[in-house]
Design a protein. Structure first.
Length: 117
């Protein structure tokens, strides 16, 4: 099976101002190009869709770790908590989709545990 492009992915405006590019962890590698032409000129909608697409690799990584029991989410307060992996806990918050954000340290721990690139 082919692996996905390395995370994290990011959304970057394209030169013409009405398009966006999604890059993987390497800024010169495009994953996806999105244009308002496909969305009837609705830039808010294209930006929301681009952010969701860019979040997919991190969402898949954290979901797999939580569902297999390798990681545990401890809720503290509105939008904040910690993800615990292999005896270490990493403070984080929920992203705009209500999924724990993966910090650099958490990403490294998840990769060492066998999840992600």
């Amino acid at each position: 099976m082919t692996s996905i492009s390395p995370a994290p992915w990011s959304v970057v405006p394209y030169n013409d101002g009405d398009s966006l590019v999604i890059h993987d962890a390497r800024p010169d590698h495009r994953v996806c190009f999105m244009s308002t032409a496909g969305f009837g000129g609705d830039m808010d909608r294209i930006e929301a869709n681009a952010r969701l697409i860019a979040a997919a690799p991190d969402h898949a990584m954290i979901a797999a770790a939580l569902c297999t029991g390798i990681a545990r989410w401890n809720w503290w307060s509105e939008g904040r908590g910690e993800v615990c992996v292999a005896g270490f806990c990493f403070v984080t918050e929920l992203d705009e989709f209500r999924v724990p954000k993966i910090t650099d340290a958490l990403r490294e721990a998840l990769i060492k545990a066998g999840f992600g690139q």
